[in-house]
Write a protein that binds this ligand. Sequence first.
Ligand SMILES: [Zn+2]
Length: 109
Amino acid sequence: MLILQCPYCGVMADETELSPGGEAHLTREGPGASDDAFHDYLFMRENPKGVHFERWRHAYGCGKWFHAARCTTTLQVFGTYKAQTTEPPKDIRDRITKARPGWTWRDYA
Ligand SMILES: [Zn+2]
């Protein structure tokens, strides 16, 4: 069972207390975007076998959205952080690199 710590209230919540919200850190396209960029925003997701950044909501707790970094194959959780964070915190990226040498994350700059 997947267990994530809510970064707002600190509760260790199992997945029955949470609602998934899909991939984290998507670039939202506005009305001036090209058709291809808007298509990618709506439909294209990474869906990796391995490390993934996701949005979750503490639905049966404080109700707030947050991000989680975890492995989709082993359910290893590298950390959770607030949804207002525009890129994964350095300590979480370092934890992932230590656990998965050679793994690289996309450029969030
Ligand atoms: Zn919470």
